[in-house]
Design a protein around this ligand. Sequence first.
Ligand code: GLA
Length: 393
Amino acid sequence: MKDETVIVNLKETFAKLFGEGEMRLFFAPGRVNLIGEHIDYNGGHVFPCALTLGTYGVARKRTDRKIRFYSTNLPDTGVIEADLDHLVYQKEDDWANYAKGVVWAYQKHGFQPDAGFDLCVTGTIPNKSGLSSSASLEVLTGTVLMGLYGFDNDQIQNAQFGQLAENQFVGMNCGIMDQFASAMGKEDSAIFLNCATLDYQHVPVVLGDAKLVIVNTNKPHELTNSAYNDRRRECEEALEMLKTKADIKALCELTLERFEAIRDVIRDPVVLKRAKHAVYEEARTVEAVQELNAGRIEAFGQLMGQSHISLRDDFEVSCRELDVLVDEAWKVDGTIGARMTGGGFGGCTVNIVRDDAIDAFMESVGKHYTEQTGLTASFYVVSIGDGAHEVLA
Ligand code: GLA
């Protein structure tokens, strides 16, 4: 198996850099969101699942107060060192800020590691694909801390510490969805998560003679963080105005009817579109899960299609590359669902495609995508895996 080679290499690298001896192996997955986009921070329901792709980490406690990090995916940054008693964001620490931020978040909540540690990681998630490699690194780091120091918090709190690290240490104002999916995933199930209460249910993803296919735009990275934070601000503006007419704490508490009745209180047409997306996406997500539970995959797929249109036209987080992938996907006979997934502006689409159409799907979507954008798309037929855990030999 591919991952076995990855693990052997990771252990070898760890031994070379940090010395032979006891090594503990941990894993935290990336995620793909099936529906419920950009509503985790609006008190809505989301429906992500953990992938079998993710981040592996080999770790060992030290006897001093140092923390050392190394990533086999980013060898150029070398070994990054930090001090357990002085954890601050440093631009030159690059990716390791996510891991440092998690240690900082644990400390902030009274979980004090009694010594430092060495951590060597390797990711099987394509970098910057929007499949949450950063959330998986955060959740991995938390799982390492729980394992090495015997902290008694649970994986839900671990997800919250990951989000805190990202919000307050790294400065990306993300919601809880990605970290929750990485921490709490379950094989062959998606997580129906109420982001207002963190109540959740694992829902079996039974697709019959179809599979999940993720397509990566491979669009060069842009400044997505600032656009993401803008959307959050616009949603907050909308909420403030709607609160003058309704007793609500979050946009997703509004039913469609109530929203339609009071929407005119929002004067700015852009802010109004943002609110409309949130309210309608919430309704779509709840309905989609009912359809999946009832085995109506086609209806689920149609709702995915509507979700994409709303993200494209009302929330405006899609981009030409994602739209081309989605439009071309729908032209293939055998496509049941297609939409952008994650934060947007690039990254991936998620599709449900009948088994006997997958080859034709890859060929046709790939060809037309290159013709229209000059870029080459990557295709992954994915499985849904478990949440973060220690990998025992
Ligand atoms: C990013 C964020 C999540 C969520 C999605 C959009 O992945 O990290 O919290 O808001 O975008 O659904």
